[in-house]
Write a protein that binds this ligand. Structure first.
Ligand code: DGT
Ligand code: MG
Ligand code: MG
Ligand code: MG
Ligand code: MG
Length: 284
């Protein structure tokens, strides 16, 4: 019978179990969000609607996958951390990654209207001709995903600090760049030129002296990113060094300005890492 005759094709599938006894991190990242953020007129440099939407989608992912303990998000990415001992899907990489990406994407699209509102352009709501042509898959947000295993808590914490340092550096650059362009009436090129090779203190100085902005007073969620977490054990919380003082935030979406990883991990990760000018938003 057909079942027997064709069943051999199953042997072509490759096993892909992830290393046991390690922290599995699945990071999703928006596809072409530079274009998507322009297409939907995201506020620059931070659109609070997009941040809240990503937090809500991440929260739904944690609700759907009980083995996830923690998630950290910034820009168009979110990192999901599985319990070290998880046996979900026998730790098969393709199952874990595809399930997280799919769950996040589905919720992100489903919740779009709730966060972007009726007034904003609906998701994919452009004319069919534009939709076919816009290189955005019909205007629908999509995400890629990857899994990485971290053997020690230090490695895991350093990974999160790395993503947070990325957030900090980009946000400081973008905040300064857009202040110069939108409030200082500089051209994109001109602002880019001036920021080339600049250090953190230079950007802080530009913000303060020209625009009266004290970067330290910018919203925490812009400077540090966002966390969503289950009711994890106090020991894990303290090992990860994230602030859990706000109980209302537990397993919820951190809509308000909320400290995430501790200042220690933040500073440790960013102390030597300001190479000057990542050009994230400079071409818009
Ligand atoms: P990819 O990931 O290789 O498909 O390409 P992109 O374009 O997604 O690049 P990526 O992920 O390195 O950078 C994220 C982009 O999303 C970056 O251009 C900034 C943009 N973005 C993220 N959040 C916001 C926001 O809140 N407001 C604005 N205006 N842009 C944002
Ligand atoms: Mg990318
Ligand atoms: Mg992206
Ligand atoms: Mg990204
Ligand atoms: Mg099935």
């Amino acid at each position: 019978p057909a079942l027997i005759r064709f069943e051999y094709t199953r042997a072509f599938e490759r096993p892909d179990p992830l290393l046991p006894n390690t922290w599995i991190v699945v990071r999703v990242d928006g596809r072409s969000f530079h274009r998507l953020s322009t297409h939907y007129s995201f506020a620059k440099p931070n659109d609070i609607r997009a941040i809240n939407l990503a937090n809500a989608a991440a929260s739904a992912v944690l609700r759907s996958l009980p083995d996830l303990v923690f998630a950290y998000g910034q820009s168009d990415e979110y990192s999901f951390v599985f319990e070290r001992a998880t046996a979900l899907f026998e730790r098969r990489e393709s199952k874990l990654v595809s399930t997280v990406v799919s769950c996040f994407t589905a919720n992100y699209c489903f919740l779009w209207d709730k966060y972007f509102g009726e007034s904003a352009e609906g998701l994919g709501g452009t004319s069919p001709a534009v939709r076919l042509d816009d290189g955005l898959g019909g205007g629908l947000p999509t995400f890629d995903g990857r899994a990485v295993c971290y053997p020690t808590m230090t490695n895991l914490r350093d990974y999160l600090s790395w993503r947070q340092a990325d957030c900090h550096i980009n946000n400081l650059y973008n905040t300064t760049f857009w202040a110069m362009v939108l409030r200082g009436d500089m051209g994109n090129k001109e602002a880019e030129e001036e920021l080339k090779g600049s250090f953190s203190k230079d950007k802080n100085e530009i913000l303060f002296s020209r625009f009266g902005i004290n970067y330290n007073n910018e919203p925490e969620m812009f400077k540090k990113g966002n966390v969503v977490y289950r009711d994890v054990s106090p020991s894990l919380q303290s090992e990860l060094q994230f602030n859990s003082a706000d109980n209302a935030a537990q397993f919820g979406v951190l809509d308000a300005a909320t400290p995430v990883l501790s200042d220690n991990s933040h500073n440790a990760a960013t102390a030597n890492t300001d190479p000057g000018a990542p050009n994230q938003l400079s071409k818009t």
